[in-house]
Write a protein that binds this ligand. Sequence first.
Ligand code: MFK
Length: 547
Amino acid sequence: MSEFFQNGPSLKNQFEDDQLLKSYIEEKIPADIKKEIIYDLQRFGERVAGPVLAMARSAESNPPRLVQFDAWGKRIDTVVVDSGWTDLHKVSAEENIVKLGYERKYKQYSRMIQFAKLYLFHPSSAFYSCPLAMTDGAAKLIELYGGPELKKTFDHLTSGDPKEFWTSGQWMTERSGGSDVSNTETIAKKINGEWQLFGTKWFTSAITSEMAMALARIEDDQGNTVKGSRGLSLFYVEIKKADGSLNNIEVLRLKDKLGTKALPTAELRLIGTKAKLVGNIGEGVKQISSMFNVTRLYNSVTSIAAFRRILVLAKDYSSKRRAFEKVIEDHPLTSSLLHSADADFHGCFHFTFLIAEIFGNEEVYAEKNNMDLNREELNKILRMLTPVLKLYTAKRTVQWTSELLEVFGGAGYIEDSGIPVLYRDNQVFSIWEGTTNVLSLDLLRALKKDQSWPLLVSFLQKELIKVNLDHLKVEKDKALVELNSMSAWIMTVYQQGDSALEGSARDMAFRIGDLVSHVAWLRSLQSNKAEDKQESMLLSLFGRRRF
Ligand code: MFK
């Protein structure tokens, strides 16, 4: 009998092993902060490949459970989580994942550095990154609209001390409205001078958080409400009362999801939940939308991180597994598949970090910035490209996860190889925070409202003018041709009216995604001046695999 046993894929230090991230940091981060940052990322790269991943594995194999009653029949609705999950809370605080975005110690580079850490953390976090996304979003909302009474809460959300650090939920979705939030049925009533919420929230991650941001429809003394999204207001909710019991909330059940099994997602009934109004009455959707730039960017960073994880495992495995007399990476079909995945991954990485850079520059605005854009322009580009980035990176990750799973053959279909969990989990990226269709329509909304296409064209043209290395010329010219062709196409579709525009929105979003990721990549190759021929060989705007 054969004594042969295949060696499985393995993970190295996740920063040291990531040539792309290392050269990006080298290129982008100024010398005075680089040393500190690189040391921190190296240390964290080791931590996520070992002990942090073990916490995630533990949390995944011991999913949360809901205990609704105590031994004596009293309703307690306690969600019991694995110690791995609580350890991931500690790691998130210690590593300052949210804090980095608000402390702004590294000025306009703060978001880039924060997202580099999130990118290392996510694939070893069992989706603890989800509460972190909502926490960062809530901090943003409080920063923009919160009064002084929420200052302490803001300090909790942005703390680096595990004992002080809070996470936040985001309670939007209801049975009557998922994508279409305007159908929200939860009511807010003022009772004895205090707001109380009544209704059912259908998807709430993660119920183990300390607070949440919720949408509700204000009902006046006569029982009248304003219909549609203009009737919705934003509320701050603390999940527990001072005595530790729930704030008039019943946990109806935990969702039995396809993936993200460690993440406790619950259905809640609000039965007079005490709340505080945030911002202006009737502006809830507009206000909560301003956190979409944060949460959708988190979605993009975490989806490219997940894409990288399956890609490095597939590459490592291909260098070990022999079939038909050679390791499989030496077979032309496998090597072309991996090459193609790598090319798409590079495009997604550069697109994501371009938006992180724009976001950082918008938040810590300096008149003279690397992008040559004023604050209003930075804002408009973010508004237009964030939904595109989210849908583009999510879809690429979902498609490539399925494709790369095949590299492992049957082993990729077996639970304890650690691959199926990626397949299940990654599917969520294109659903939550807006599906591909909803985000395509969001792009149209932004294009129409801000007339931002000409602004994007001029930004991309300016960036392309700076690309002058000989070996980048062919791909630069392709980008210029595509830019002109897209402008003509968008003009034609505009003239055909709203129905044609809606029907084309998805194609438009993916074409913009291809183009911007290509330009972002060229920009990076130009400015790191390493003349990294190997990386440039991957670059081919029109050579990407179509699924
Ligand atoms: C690991 C990473 C994890 C990531 C986090 C995961 C946790 C997620 C948990 C969840 O909560 S998932 C559920 C998330 N739900 C959504 O993302 C909702 C998707 N639906 C939409 O985005 C719809 O487009 C929307 C609800 C916004 C449509 O509602 P309306 O009321 O029809 O929107 P309308 O009238 O177009 O816009 C209302 C206001 O918001 C307008 O402002 P004005 O009143 O000043 O005109 C819009 O300009 C503004 N707005 C809408 N979308 C915006 C926006 N502003 C900025 N950015 C946007 N994207």
